[in-house]
Every structure is written in C-alpha cells, then in structure tokens.
Design a protein. Structure first.
Lengths: 482, 130
C-alpha cells in the first residue's frame, strides 16, 4: 500500500494542500499511491490559511472514511493523518495534519538563548540575524525570514513526528514537498527537510528507503505582492531578491530530488500585508491550483520514468495569457485532467444547494434524504465540505474567480446548469422543443434512473455514487468538450 | 364477468326503474366495468410509464399530480356512465347519477390498485403516491 507523504511548508504549503484536496474531492485520480499523508509544517499555529486547510482535510477524511474504497468517484483518494498510517497507537504523535511545534511562545532571541551565549557566539548571531529577527515572536512564524526558519525548523528533524514518519516509511512510498521560495518557512524548510531525509548519516529508521524514495517538490516563486505599508516586516519588493538568493542555494543543495516543479506569476492586486496569525487568509489562487496539479503530475510518472535522468525540472505555461483564465486557456493536458472533474463537482455542489433539500423524487425517497439531511452527521459534514463559507468548495471556487489572476472557468452567479461553464453554454437543439439541455428535469430523471441501477445499501455512499454518475453523464452527453 | 359487475354495481341498490334492470345487468354494468378498468389502466400507464418514464418528465411526479390523474379518472368514469346509459336508452332517473357517482368512486379504487401494481415500473414516480 504505497503512500505519498506530502509536506506542506508554510502558508503556501497549506494553500496548495487546500487546492489538492479540492481536486481529490472532485475525483481527480492520484495514481501510484493508495493514500496521501499531508504533513503541514508551520509554526504559526493560528495561521488562517493553515487552519482552514486543516478543517477541510478533517472534513474530507470523515467523508472518505464513510465512503471507503471505490473505483472512481468524488472523494476517492484516501487522505490520512500521520498517526493514522500505523496501527501502532503508541507512536506519541497526535492525530492531526499539523506538525506539532508544541507552541513556541517566545521570541527568536529567547529561542536561541541569546543571553547565555558567549561573546563570540553573540557576534556571530548578530552577523546572521537582524535585531528585528531576534525580537520577532515565533508564534506567528518566521515572517518571511528564511534565516530564522532554517534554525527553528531543525527542531522538526528531531521530533517524534519525524521519527514516526521514518518508522512507518516503506519501500515504494513517495515524498513531495510544497513550499514557496520567497517567504520564510517554506524557503527554509524545504531544503532543510530534504537534506535531512536524504542524509546518509541520518539517525532516522528506514534510512535506505528514505534515501531511495522518489521525491518531488514544487517551489512556488513570487505570484502575489503585499500592500506596502509603513512598519510592515514583510516587504514584497524583496521577494525577487530573496527568490534569486534561494535559487542560487537550491542549485547545489537539493540532494536526492527526482523532480522539481517551478511556478510563478506576475503579481497583480496586492494582498493585505498580514505577516501571520488568523488574519493571514489569502484568497485561493490559480498558482496554488497548478502547484497542486504538479503533485498529480509527479504521481503520474512511473518509478522508472522518474529515476531515469533525474532530477527532472518542470515549468508551466498557460495556453494563453489572460487575466481571467477559463478552461480554454489551459493547455490540453491540464484541461483533460481537471475540466470534467471540476465541472462535475460544481454541478453536484449546485444541485446539492439548490434542489436536493426540496426534491420530491424516488431517489430522494429511497435514500430517505428528508431525514438524513437534517439528522445524519455525515450529511451535515458533506454540507460543510461543499458550502462552508470558511473552507467549502463553493468558497474556494469563488476565491479563485475573484483573485488576480482569476481562474474563472465557471459562471458562479447563475442558477442555470446550461450556462455554468463560462463561454461554453450547453447547446439546446432549436428543433427539439422538449430538449431543455441540462435542466433540473434532466438531472432529476437521470438521478432516478441511476437510483434504480446502483445497488448500494448505504444511503450516503449511494448519494455520492448517484451524483458522480449523473454529473459524469451530464458532462459526456451535454457538455462534451470545453 | 357479468355476475361480478352486477355484484359490484348493485352494492348501491337495484337499478331504477326496475323495468330497466335487464339492460343494466346484461349490457350497461359489463360495459361500465370493462370501460372503467380500461380507463383506469390507461391513465395509470400514461402517468407512470408514459409521462414518468418514456417521456423523461421528472417533475410531474408529485402526489398532487397523481391526484389530478385520479380526479380526471373519476370525472371520465362519471361521464362514461351518463354516455352508456344514454346510449342504451335507459330511462331517465336519479339512479343514473347515483350510478355515475358510484362508478367514479370505483374508478378511483381501480386507479389506486393499478398504481400500486405498476408504480415500481416507473422511473420518476415509483414512490408516488407513497
């Protein structure tokens, strides 16, 4: 049972994992592994981006657990916490997707025990770190300072989580790192973790498996800017300089990497300048979606392909340079990978919100949805996953469409299923009076038909199977191509 | 068959005037009975298999829609009774209206029974009326 260990480092790591979770929820396949184990590494325990990603992952996990293994469908891929991968409950690891820093409630100066250092060491510290670095509270992360991160994150390597990870690492498992290169946590954490995992003198168990494990990474270069304000610790004008500095380090210090993906975009409207904490909650961005797709791409390569001529370097180019990206602007390969699944998920989410509570139909009666939607916790969880204003799929699509550059393949303001794919309305034949395209009636009719053909006693599993089948048919028969 | 329909239709009493009893028993009751079955079956087939399966209409499957067909069935059964008694030149009598009402009630019963038998064959109304 091969696993993918996915290290999401820093705010970008969390946001990319959010996008990957959305893709997996919509049914995108992740080949060559049976389970994804996200490990979010971010010392900023209150980071808004991280917390909503964790809420999403927990919700996904509950839904997947109920669904179990399936050939295809929404929420097909198993996402698991680190502690769940082993039957050994005595690993001393919390059942969470977040690496436990144990609450670093101190400044960097205190963390270094600066006051107890010798004069020479103090001089060295002052050479490497600014006063601002030293006074910086670690509770909100490293505030864009990789030199701070590279010290603090050493703690990760000696942690019980990392030992548990190594103890349970098996032959055939893969590792993938997601980080940004222009911030603090990601830029420092990625090379540091990689170096320690691939270190031939490591004290971690299963060292050979770790060393030989296929390893990929996506390094996100600047794709957003921050508002320039007085007294803000992060200045996005430095992003490019920091990127160049980090790249020159990466050039010679990424041992054992089999594939590296680079992504970047020209920043447009700047984000609020929030160095960390609950306020750091950036809108989902196309780059994060593409970074998530790099994980899918990495998993699509066979072992032999990845090992021959490694490391492989990848960049990404849109089919067309538009500030409002639709399916038509994506290269064919990407479009084939995501268009159908995202459309299916949108149809499902829309139908779930607009029609499911009020439908009077055999499928609805047979699944006892009147009762289930109100009373069964798993149905409420699904509702959260789809419609939560905090972490739901609707919200994610909204954010993607509102950001700059916008990913706007759907018209999210229409209730008409025929008009939901931007620039690609479902064709209605002029000579067929009864052909209303993708109408509520068509969907209902096909839900009722599928209800008769799918033999599944569990009403939640059956509901998801029904909608996957019907939205698949809707895409194949009504939308056809995008 | 004649005996069956005679039993059913005479549950509301003997035909009136008594002189018309033979025509009722020999012609009108069997005609009404068979027409009633045929009508109810046709409407049930139209509702469950025509509209709610073959035509793919999925929004005409509520209890109220079934009720419309039930009422239509009753009205037609009432009208058929008037037509049959007139066609067989039965004497005008208030009994005809009682018979028409009883035929309408019976038609609803047949419609209900046929619905129970055939609803599972429907795609969109397999749980209608319940």
């Amino acid at each position: 049972m091969a696993k993918l260990f996915l290290f999401g480092i820093g705010g970008t790591g969390s946001r990319v994992i959010r996008s990957l979770t959305m893709l997996l929820a919509s049914g995108v396949e992740l080949p060559n592994c049976d389970r994804v184990v996200p490990i979010i590494i971010d010392p900023d325990a209150h980071n808004g981006d991280m917390n909503r990603t964790v809420a999403l992952l927990q919700s996904y996990q509950q839904v997947h657990r109920r669904l179990g293994q399936q050939e295809e469908g929404f929420f097909k891929t198993d996402i698991s916490t680190l502690s769940n991968i082993s039957a050994d409950a005595n690993g001393g690891v919390k059942d969470t997707f977040i690496f436990d820093f144990g609450g670093i409630n101190q400044s960097f100066r205190q963390y270094l025990h600066y006051d107890q250092l010798s004069v020479d060491s103090k001089a060295m510290v002052e050479l490497l770190f600014t006063q601002d670095n030293l006074e910086s509270p670690l509770t909100i992360g490293f505030r864009g300072s990789p030199n701070v991160g590279s010290v603090v994150l050493n703690k990760v390597v000696e942690s019980p989580e990392m030992r548990f990870f190594a103890d349970n690492f098996q032959e055939g498992d893969r590792v993938f790192f997601v980080s940004s290169i222009f911030g603090g946590t990601g830029a420092a954490g990625f090379p540091l973790l990689l170096k320690n995992l691939k270190d031939s003198n490591t004290r971690l168990s299963n060292a050979r498996y770790l060393r030989e494990a296929l390893t990929g990474a996506v390094t996100v270069m600047p794709y957003f800017a921050l508002q320039s304000e007085e007294n803000q610790v992060i200045d996005s004008n430095n992003f490019l300089t920091k990127t160049k500095a980090a790249l020159s380090y990466y050039e010679h210090n990424l041992p054992g990497l089999d594939a590296l993906y680079y992504l970047a975009d020209t920043p447009d409207t700047p984000y609020d300048n929030q160095p960390g904490g609950t306020q750091q909650k950036n809108k989902a961005h196309l780059i994060e979606l593409l970074a998530a797709l790099s994980i899918v791409d990495f998993m699509q390569y066979s072992d032999a392909e990845l090992r021959s001529g490694a490391p492989h370097f990848h960049e990404y180019g849109l089919g067309g340079d538009s500030m409002e990206v639709q399916f038509g602007h994506l290269p064919d390969e990407t479009r084939e990978l995501v268009a159908k699944h995202l459309t299916q998920m949108l149809y499902f989410s829309r139908y779930h919100k607009q029609h499911l509570p009020t439908d009077k139909a055999p499928y609805h009666d047979n699944l006892k949805l009147d009762y289930a939607l109100r009373n069964e916790p798993i149905f409420r969880e699904l509702n959260n996953l789809l419609h939560s204003p905090e972490f739901g799929i609707d919200q994610w699509l909204q954010e993607l469409s509102q950001n700059r550059r916008a990913f706007r393949p759907f018209d999210l303001n229409t209730d008409d299923f025929n008009a939901m794919i931007a620039g690609k309305p479902v064709e209605k034949k002029w000579n067929d009076f009864f052909n209303k395209g993708l109408s509520h009636n068509w969907l209902l009719d096909n839900l009722n038909k599928a209800d008769k053909s799918i033999n599944e006693p569990d009403n939640f599993k059956k509901l998801l199977a029904l909608f996957y089948d019907v939205t698949d048919k809707a895409f194949e028969e009504k939308v056809k191509v995008v | 068959m004649k005996a069956l329909f005679q039993t059913i239709y005479e549950l509301i009493g003997q035909p009136q005037p008594p002189a018309d009893t033979p025509v009722y028993r020999d012609v009108i009751f069997p005609n009404l009975g068979l027409l009633n079955w045929g009508l109810s079956l046709a409407l049930v087939l139209l509702f469950y298999l025509g509209i709610n399966r073959a035509m793919g209409v999925a929004t005409f499957n509520k209890g109220r829609h079934w009720g419309i067909f039930l009422a239509l069935n009753a009205v037609l059964a009432f009208v058929i009774t008037l037509w049959q008694t007139s066609a067989q030149q039965a004497t005008q009598h208030s009994y005809i209206y009682w018979l028409a009402t009883w035929n309408a009630v019976l038609s609803m019963l047949w419609f209900f029974l046929f619905s129970l038998l055939l609803k599972r064959t429907s795609t969109n109304a397999s749980t209608t009326p319940f």
